[in-house]
Design a protein around this ligand. Structure first.
Ligand code: PHE
Length: 355
């Protein structure tokens, strides 16, 4: 018995120390290996006098269990410590800044939409959105375009059902209707987005982008419209002066109506805006027709205002010297790499829109 007790005391005090995994394993061998101290004592059980044998074996088993569980506990402790140390070392500091983007580029159309939104938000316009898939009512009827109106043919509409009730919107003007139906005047919004017409050549794509503008309040007149568009064009092209002309036109939803062209010329195969004697139409506009206001329950005797629809793709082509509209939608990575913008350069009026 004293042997057993000695071994116990000796090893309990050994195991109290700070030990490495190797040291613990060698203690384990010292005790329970083939010739280990506990193993050797087990071999002597047969030679113990019958009278003491039972207690001896019982004591031996007890101490074996005690030491074994202490050893497993220690091993577990060390392993947990090792894992924690490893985790600590491999920690990633997610607050560190990322390396700057080297690949992805912002598409010129997205850049242009951001620039337009930034310019109009400076003068109090908020941004609205509408769905690409519209109903016939919002796209035509509510906009004072009756069933037999020639403007419906003008638009070469993509219809999505046989009854011609659901369609891909042919302009962003239905967002005027949606906005005025859900709120009360005054309204001062722009609505950028995709539009669709069955048309395709160097300056027309079946899917293109427009930004709608709508300003309805008491005493809004055509002078406000002119001032607003003049401010916008100058800000957008980042120039002091721009050649711009208002041409009388017709839209069912505005009266009077106008189209706006800006001057340009081609120099060394590139478009230069603001000068020259060529004109490019970039937007349609006018004073919102009283019938449109009635359709959305706004009293035309109290409220009136202007609306405009700008072709975004054309603006982007002019500003960034892109000659063929179709390149916008080719998804050619080399083209995007050349004409695209750095994702971290968000356009603002203060820092400069495009640099
Ligand atoms: N919706 C017209 C178009 O697509 C543009 C426009 C918008 C004209 C608002 C007048 C007022 O051609």
């Amino acid at each position: 018995m004293s042997d057993i007790k000695n071994i116990r005391d000796q090893f309990l005090s050994k195991l109290k120390n700070e030990l490495s995994l190797d040291e613990i394993n060698s203690i384990k061998t010292e005790l329970f290996g083939k010739n280990g101290q506990i193993s050797s004592l087990f071999k002597t059980v047969g030679s113990i006098p019958e009278s003491d044998r039972k207690t001896f074996a019982a004591d031996l088993n007890k101490i074996k269990d005690e030491l074994q569980s202490l050893i497993s506990e220690k091993i577990k402790e060390i392993e947990t410590k090792e894992v924690n140390q490893k985790l600590e070392k491999e920690k990633v500091d997610i607050t560190l800044p990322e390396r700057p983007f080297v690949r992805g580029k912002i598409h010129p159309v997205s850049q242009t939409i951001d620039e337009i939104s930034s310019i109009f938000s400076e003068i109090g316009f908020s941004v609205e959105e509408g769905p690409d898939v519209e109903n016939e009512y919002n796209n035509f009827t509510a906009l004072n375009t009756p069933d037999n109106h020639p403007a419906r043919d003008m638009h070469d509409t993509f219809y999505l059902d046989e009854n011609k009730e659901v369609l891909l919107r042919t302009h962003t003007s239905p967002v005027q209707i949606r906005t005025m139906l859900k709120d009360k005047p005054p309204f001062k919004i722009i609505a950028p987005g995709r539009t669709y017409r069955s048309d395709s050549d160097q300056t027309h794509a079946p899917m293109f982008h427009q930004v709608e503008g709508l300003h309805i309040d008491k005493d809004i007149n055509m002078g406000h419209l002119k001032g607003c568009l003049n401010y916008f064009i100058k800000e957008f092209f980042e120039v002091e002066k721009i050649k711009m002309r208002f041409r009388p036109s017709h839209f069912p939803f505005t009266e009077p109506s106008a189209e706006v062209d800006i001057g340009y010329e081609i120099r060394d195969g590139k478009i230069v805006i603001g000068e020259g004697d060529q004109w490019l139409e970039i937007l349609g506009c006018g004073m919102v027709h009283p019938n449109v206001l009635k359709n959305v329950k706004v009293d035309p005797a109290k409220y009136q205002g202007y609306a405009f629809g700008i072709g975004i793709d054309r603006l982007a082509m002019l500003k960034y010297g892109i000659n063929d509209l179709r390149a916008f939608f080719d998804c050619d990575y080399r083209w995007l790499n050349h004409f695209g913008f750095d994702p971290l350069d968000v356009p603002t009026n203060y820092r400069g829109l495009s640099r």
